[in-house]
Every structure is written in structure tokens, then in C-alpha cells.
Design a protein around this ligand. Structure first.
Ligand code: SAH
Ligand code: SF4
Length: 411
């Protein structure tokens, strides 16, 4: 069982339970997944290596672990044969446990994963002609209760650890068979046009799975650093997007310490509607949020901030809403693009998706003002893998069980 500690989070009253990042397993060995090089070196020194050896071995193991995807010390060919069993007796390289893997008819794949202490979470892979995007979870559940989001109907169980976050990307590379055989370099000057996917399937990451990533800032940052490190998973920060519902106090640090692209779940342009559908708005209002966006480090016309806008019938989808959206984005002079997301239904959801004509009209107004406003094609709806549909089946099952129990006891 993973040990938990309490972590206090800015902007929240109650501390959130988190698993300690290092928990020896039942057999006493320590899982290295999710640890940075310096921490691996410390553990090797604590296990008895002298400082020089610990540093050298941690460098080698780190490379094998994150760059090459090795899970077996015996495969680490530049580590002495005598050293390999020493490592294997004390350490392991784990992966999140897979409970179920599903395939959508459109090629989208969803994995139901489980932490060592038995909590379920999900990740989704969305292949396109020119890219492959992995949608990564940051928490089991979510503390926020956006009314259109299925994850928002789950309580927050706990934050995911760095290992459980980076582990999703590593698992996807395992599943897609995409670990480099040799060294793979990323270029700091890479841009969209010169990027070579080299036939790679997993090219982009979005922190848009379950949870609010900025309420698990430290772990998301530590995990993404392993993903962005050239000797780690070597994925450029330009290919990673973090989506927040608007945790204003953490946005500057996100830009400074992580430096990935930012997406903001705006979804409404008036206080009244946003207070209702994205309740964090009652704490950090639209003006405060847009000011934080205009201060976001690294945003520019080449790296625009994405404003996500879910299309809810008769709620936020009028022409007047579209004009107000344009006015707000222009007022703050934001390097913005708008992503219009048709509402993805889930059982019991209190909304309907706007009509295609309404969405087109909304999109045209924004587009004519010079702001790109594509309508996102829903992916993986048939396996509940689309935006906002993630809610773990264990939770669903236990709700179903509870319902059955209630019916049984009532009859
Ligand atoms: N918690 C973060 C990231 C995860 S949600 C956030 O809220 O930004 C990823 C995106 O899907 C968000 O923009 C979210 O608002 C949107 N979303 C949630 N439920 C949805 C639904 N039912 N249909 C379409 N989009 C939804
Ligand atoms: Fe949480 Fe994002 Fe869903 Fe809102 S939309 S409940 S912040 S996961």
C-alpha cells in the first residue's frame, strides 16, 4: 500500500492526500520510476556505493530508464555484469498497472490504469495523420466540479506521483513499440514546420486527462521535466500542452518552471455563466484569469495560448457570446487561438451539445475577427475516451454496486 502524506495546495483550503514519491514495495525494493537523476544517485549512495560510483551508475541507469525504456537492469549493457544483480536486488523499474485497454473505431486508444494502492485512472492516445497525442492524467478524480465534466463528478482521490504521471508516457511508448534503439536528440530550435516525427506515433502530450494539473504542480513539473530532458524521454516542450481550468496563482510558475504551452478552459464569457459551469471562477474571475494569461511567460504569436470553449446548447453558444469572446481576447491583447469543443455527453449530464449550425456560426464570428477557432472533432466517444468523459470504471462500478445494494435493501 502506498503511504500517503498531506500536501497543501495554494488556493485550496483542504490539504490533498498524495502518495509519497518513494515507497518501498512489499519485497523491500524501491521503484525508480519517476525519480530524477540526483535522487537516484542518493539512493545508490544510501545503498552503499561510494559517491563517484553512485553518480556514474545513476547517469547510466537514468539513460536506460527514461531514454531507452528499459525495465530490466540486465538489459543495461554498459553496466558491469556484477553490478546488474546488485541493482536488481535493491531496485525495480515499474510501470503503472494496466487494468484494461480499449480501442475505439476511430483509432483512439484508452487505458484504464491502477496505482499500487488500488486507485484507477485513465490515459488516452489519439492518433492523427501527422501526429499522435497522448492525453495524460494528473490526479485521480478532481476537486473542481465543472458541471459539464464527468471527471468533475468524481471526488478527488489523490494526486498522482511523478512516477504515475511519467509512467503513462512510458507505458504508451511500450504499447506503441517506440523506444529509440540508440540516442535520440531534440533540437531546441525545433518548430512545427521542421519537426520530423520520424514515423513516430507519439509526438505530442496534453495534460488534459483526469484532474487539474496546477493543483498537483510539483509532481506534474517533476514528471514533465523527465519527459522534456534530452537524455530522458526527449520530447520538446513545444509539443506539450498543459490545460488548466484557471488556477491563477500557479500560472506564472507553470510558465517559468515547466515552460510548456498553455491551454485555458475558459468556456464562458460572463461571470454569471462561468461561475456556474466552471466554479473555480468564483475564486479567480475572468479578468484575473486573462491578465495571468497575458503575463504567461513564453506566450507569443508563435506560441499562442489555447482557449478551450465547450459548446453547450443555449448556455454559452450565442453569437453575442462569440462577440464577447473576441472582445475579451482583444482587450487583453492575447496571442490566442480558440478551440471549440463540441460537448461530449455522459450518462446523466445536464447539457446538450450545441447544434452544428450554432457551432459554425460561433466559429465564424471568432474567425472573422482574425482569431483561429477550429472545431475539435470528437475522438473516442464510443469508448468514453473523449474530453470530459473520463471517469474511472471502478468508481462507476462501485456506484452501480451501491445502487444495486440500495435497491436490494429497499425491496
Ligand atoms: N482540468 C483541466 C484539464 C482536464 S479537462 C482543465 O479543466 O482544463 C480537458 C478539457 O476538456 C477541458 O477544457 C475541459 O473543460 C474539457 N471538457 C470537460 N468535460 C467536457 C465534456 N463533457 N465535453 C467536452 N469537453 C469537456
Ligand atoms: Fe476538473 Fe478539468 Fe473536469 Fe473541471 S474540466 S472538473 S477542472 S478535470
Amino acid at each position: 500500500m502506498a503511504d500517503t502524506a498531506l500536501m497543501s495546495i495554494p488556493g485550496q483550503v483542504d490539504p490533498v492526500p498524495v502518495a509519497r514519491s518513494i515507497t518501498p514495495r512489499a519485497d523491500g525494493r524501491i521503484d525508480l520510476l519517476g525519480l530524477p537523476k540526483a535522487r537516484i544517485a542518493e539512493l545508490f549512495a544510501q545503498a552503499g556505493l561510494d559517491a563517484k560510483q553512485a553518480k556514474l551508475r545513476s547517469k547510466q541507469v537514468y539513460h536506460w530508464l527514461y531514454h531507452r525504456g528499459a525495465t530490466d537492469f540486465g538489459a543495461m549493457t554498459d553496466i558491469a555484469k556484477t553490478m546488474q544483480p546488485w541493482l536488481a536486488e535493491r531496485f525495480v523499474v515499474g510501470r503503472p498497472n494496466i487494468v484494461e485497454a480499449q480501442h475505439s473505431s476511430d483509432g483512439t486508444r484508452k487505458w484504464l490504469l491502477q496505482t499500487d494502492d488500488g486507485h484507477d485512472y485513465e490515459m488516452v492516445f489519439i492518433p492523427d495523420a501527422d501526429r499522435g497525442t497522448l492525453c495524460v492524467s494528473s490526479q485521480v478524480g478532481c476537486t473542481l466540479n465543472c458541471t459539464f465534466c464527468h471527471t468533475g463528478t468524481m471526488r478527488l482521490v489523490r494526486n498522482l506521483t511523478p512516477g504515475e504521471i511519467v509512467g503513462q508516457v512510458m507505458l504508451a511508448r511500450d504499447a506503441l513499440g517506440e523506444w529509440p534503439k540508440g540516442r535520440m536528440d531534440i533540437s531546441e530550435v525545433e518548430d512545427e514546420t521542421e519537426y520530423r516525427a520520424d514515423g513516430r506515433l507519439l509526438t505530442n502530450i496534453v495534460m488534459m486527462g483526469m484532474g487539474e494539473p496546477l493543483y498537483n504542480f510539483d509532481h506534474v513539473r517533476d514528471a514533465l521535466q523527465l519527459v522534456m530532458d534530452g537524455d530522458g524521454l526527449a520530447l520538446s516542450k513545444r509539443r506539450i500542452t498543459l490545460s488548466t481550468s484557471g488556477v491563477v496563482p500557479m500560472m506564472a510558475r507553470c510558465g517559468e518552471e515547466i515552460g510548456v504551452n498553455l491551454a485555458v478552459s475558459l468556456h464562458a464569457v460572463t461571470k454569471e455563466v462561468r461561475d456556474e459551469i466552471v466554479p473555480i471562477n468564483r475564486k479567480y474571475g475572468i479578468d484575473e484569469l486573462l491578465r495571468a494569461c497575458s503575463d504567461y511567460p513564453g506566450a507569443s504569436n508563435a506560441r499562442r495560448i489555447t482557449f478551450e470553449y465547450v459548446m453547450l446548447k443555449d448556455k454559452n453558444d450565442s453569437d453575442q457570446d462569440a462577440h464577447e469572446l473576441v472582445r475579451l481576447l482583444k482587450r487583453y491583447d492575447l496571442p490566442a487561438k480558440v478551440n471549440l469543443i463540441p460537448f461530449n455527453p455522459w450518462p446523466g449530464a445536464p447539457y446538450e451539445c450545441s447544434t452544428p449550425e450554432r457551432i459554425r456560426s460561433f466559429s465564424n464570428i471568432v474567425f472573422e475577427a482574425g482569431i483561429s477557432a477550429p472545431v475539435r472533432t470528437p475522438r473516442g466517444r464510443d469508448i468514453d475516451a473523449a474530453c470530459g468523459q473520463l471517469r474511472t470504471s471502478a468508481e462507476k462500478k462501485s456506484r452501480a454496486e451501491r445502487d444495486r445494494e440500495a435497491t436490494a435493501s429497499a425491496s
